[in-house]
Design a protein around this ligand. Structure first.
Ligand code: GLU
Length: 311
């Protein structure tokens, strides 16, 4: 019996690029070398941003790279019941409440810097007595989680001990959206609990979410998983790898005739597993895998990386 379980959780909002492929490959190799279970989940609760066919394409791309996983993929939108049950329990305990305030109204109540998330001030929260105890989604209404003011320390396997203050960083955050769907924070925790995930491996852009998710774990009565937040891949302008840096989609390289071993070889070099770029299969990546070799700094993708891939 595997002693631990990790998961690959692509969002079908776009194609996999070199940045998220690196995280998936590292996650896969960690799970496989430790003999953990590795499950698949399609995170498709992002209505308007989900692109038709993207989920299937992501799975095919991961297989093309040489990854595998255990059992069928869990598709979030196949069954809303587990999320409804979770929010009903939170509402019953007065921990979740409906909110119709606009972004502007929330911003007006909270001092914040322009490029930062706008925290939801506790003064905007309805008093205990005014909160409905039963969850009933309504048009134009979010549901928020009551976030208490204490620090929420996060212990990360790669980043060490971190002090986080969800109340200051985001305040009462949305757990059910106006589109009548669970928000990311709730969906991911409900799923990680039901898929019995013990080890969450993902990019460190999601690090602030770990503290928020810990609050939900506690309210739902489950221990939080171990966190492994990997440094990101950035473009040469220092910004997170995205479309503006050219086409770094794995499918794009595959369709241009680049073999998977070149993609994996570049990712292996970025993960500290090769002294220089050279072709490598996923199986060889796994055999060389050493979690301590991962550079702690973000990777910057250069024009030479792209040229090397194209041979
Ligand atoms: N689906 C998310 C993504 O592709 C990952 C969420 C998570 O790992 O918690 O960025």
């Amino acid at each position: 019996m595997p002693t631990a379980c990790s998961r690959l959780a692509p969002s079908p909002t776009g194609a996999l690029h070199l940045g998220n492929a690196r995280t998936f490959l590292w996650n896969w190799a960690l799970a496989r070398t430790q003999s953990w279970q590795l499950v698949m989940r399609i995170e498709d609760f992002d209505g308007p941003r989900v692109r038709p066919g993207a989920a299937q394409a992501s799975l095919e791309t991961l297989k093309w790279l040489g990854l595998d996983w255990d059992g069928p993929a869990l598709v979030q939108t196949d069954d809303r019941d587990p999320y409804v049950t979770a929010i009903e329990g939170l509402a019953q305990r007065g921990l979740a409440y409906p909110c119709t305030l606009s972004r502007r109204e929330i911003a007006a109540a909270a001092p914040h810097e322009d490029d930062h998330e706008i925290p939801f001030e506790p003064s905007l929260r309805p008093p205990d007595a005014g909160r409905p105890m039963d969850f009933h989604p309504e048009e134009g209404t979010h549901w928020r989680l009551v976030v208490s003011p204490e620090a929420e320390p996060v212990s990360d396997m790669l980043r060490g001990e971190l002090d986080c203050y969800p109340a200051r960083e985001c305040g009462d955050f949305v757990i059910w959206t106006v589109r009548d769907e669970p928000a990311y924070q709730l969906a991911v925790v409900v799923d990680d609990i039901r898929q019995q995930v013990t080890d969450v491996v993902r990019g460190d852009d999601l690090l602030p979410s770990a503290a928020r998710q810990q609050l939900l774990y506690r309210h739902l009565g489950h221990p939080a998983p171990r966190w492994w937040h990997l440094p990101l891949v950035r473009g040469s302008d220092g910004r997170r790898l995205a479309k503006r840096h050219g086409d770094t989609r794995i499918d794009h390289y595959r369709d241009s005739g680049v073999p998977p071993e070149r993609v994996v070889g570049l990712l292996a070099w970025w993960c500290g597993l090769l002294p220089e770029r050279s072709p490598l299969s996923a199986a060889d990546f796994r055999d060389r895998f050493d979690e301590t070799a991962l550079p702690s700094d973000d990777v910057v993708m250069t024009a030479e990386d792209d040229a090397w891939l194209r041979g």
